[in-house]
Design a protein around this ligand. Structure first.
Ligand code: SIN
Length: 194
């Protein structure tokens, strides 16, 4: 699949007659809320885990030196916490452009903190998109994140802001926190040696 998913996503769902849609954010959508919403609630989805396996050519890296950003990978029994936003369908015109580097909208069941459920949409970059990088050892992912930057800023900011947001949500994401710790210690090592 091409790296630009805008047209793919526009054809995916017919929003006619629908007033609002739940969107589940598990990456930058948690902390960079550059879209209007009607309601916001912490939520989780089941069967998916967060992984820094998606390349970023357009936000946190460049085509020559891609960054690494979060996507979801299926894992039975896994729980991924994030933030749910109830949005007007027109918001997807903006979000599809923002998430165009490989992410497709999938429908999923959201569980809110009070145990209630709703159907919603989530952007996932699957392994068949051209920007997908896949698994690598944590140390390699951390090095790539520490050195990459793109039009939206340093890749490390994406990671550190996400890790802080997950802590605030009470999420335990060992993958994110392990890479965060490697990036933070490389940064303090640089400062003490420089
Ligand atoms: C998300 O945040 O839900 C999608 C991935 C991202 O934009 O970081």
């Amino acid at each position: 699949m091409s790296t630009n998913t805008v047209e793919h996503n526009r054809r995916r769902y017919d929003f006619s007659g629908i007033e609002s849609v739940w969107l589940f954010g598990y990456g930058s959508l948690i902390y960079k809320v550059d879209f209007p919403y009607l309601e916001q609630r912490p939520a989780m989805i089941r069967g998916w885990q967060r992984r820094f396996w998606q390349g970023s050519h357009d936000h946190r890296g460049t085509p020559e030196a891609p960054g690494r950003v979060a996507t979801l990978v299926e894992k039975p029994g896994a729980v991924c916490k994030g933030m749910a936003f109830r949005v007007s369908p027109s918001v997807f015109e903006h979000l599809d452009v923002r998430e165009k580097n490989g992410y497709l909208r999938f429908s999923t069941t959201l569980t809110f903190d009070d145990g209630s459920h709703a159907e919603g949409l989530v952007y996932i970059a699957t392994e068949d998109n051209e920007a997908y990088l896949g698994h690598a050892p944590d140390a390699q992912i951390a090095r790539q994140i520490a050195s990459a930057a793109g039009p939206s800023g340093p890749n490390a900011d994406y990671l550190l802001r996400l890790a802080e947001s997950l802590r605030a949500l009470g999420d335990d994401c060992p993958h994110t926190f392990a890479i965060e710790s490697l990036v933070r210690s490389a940064d303090s090592g640089d400062r003490s040696s420089g």
